[in-house]
Design a protein around this ligand. Structure first.
Ligand code: DX5
Ligand code: ZN
Length: 220
């Protein structure tokens, strides 16, 4: 199923609660929350307390993207803050298997993210336990960058491995997703689309979400 996950990185941080409500009313499926620690990526955003502060504003599924160096240490904090899906990077310093298990133990859905230069095969050993694989379509760290089409091969590789093993796992793309790129990613096999600037930069967020969804549905 196609899902649209607006990234609050491009929202008005002074009104994060209202922005979350606006996304729910605009037809978003998930709310994408980009946590950056200034170590794993060269940027700092927000952590668990900020996520907790908006948890009672919306029923949207919280899709938490951890761009942090030691995710294992903080899984419980993000669960307590209201995360539904926790996605961490395979390239972080935490042991991957243990981090996946910790997320599942906490009762969240688990996802692994890979940067543009990381091979798809890195996540193969964990697929049985995952709800989602995030294939970054830009180098993580900043919103508003250009989509990297060369990452599409990895989506095809992942989708065919999932099919071969009979697994129904979401493939998420994040970075530079807009009306021009969403079809490229959907036709490669992605079904969950993060969009920051495209949705928050649009005059009408609801129309933009609907447009991205219909383009993706046709191309998937
Ligand atoms: C980048 C973040 C993205 C970012 C996407 O490191 O993971 O979620 O907000 O922003 P856009 O859609 O503007 O490329
Ligand atoms: Zn993200």
């Amino acid at each position: 199923m196609i899902k649209i996950s607006p990234s609050v990185l491009a929202s008005d941080f002074s009104a994060l609660g209202a922005e979350s409500i606006r996304m729910e009313k605009s037809g978003a499926d998930y709310l994408h929350l980009d946590v950056m620690d200034g170590r794993f990526v060269p940027n700092i955003t927000f952590g668990a307390p900020v996520i907790k502060s908006i948890r009672n504003k919306t029923d949207l599924i919280f899709d938490v993207h951890l761009m942090i160096d030691e995710p294992l240490k903080y899984i419980e904090d993000f669960k307590k803050a209201g995360a539904d899906i926790i996605v961490f990077h395979a390239e972080s310093s935490s042991p991957v298997a243990e981090t996946v298990d910790k997320i599942l133990e906490c009762g969240c859905k688990a996802g692994i993210s890979i940067k543009p230069n990381t091979a798809a095969e890195v996540v193969f050993p964990y697929l049985d336990k995952l709800s989602m694989v995030l294939v970054m379509t830009v180098e993580p760290g900043f919103g508003g960058q250009s989509f990297m089409p060369e990452t599409m091969e990895k989506i095809k590789t992942l989708r065919s491995e999932m099919k071969r093993r009979g697994l129904d796992i979401d493939i998420q793309v994040d970075g530079g997703i807009n009306e021009k790129t969403v079809e490229i990613a959907a036709s490669a096999g992605a079904n969950v689309f993060v969009a920051g600037s495209a949705v928050f930069g649009a005059e009408d967020a609801a129309a933009e979400i609907a447009k991205l969804r219909s383009l993706a549905e046709k191309a998937f």
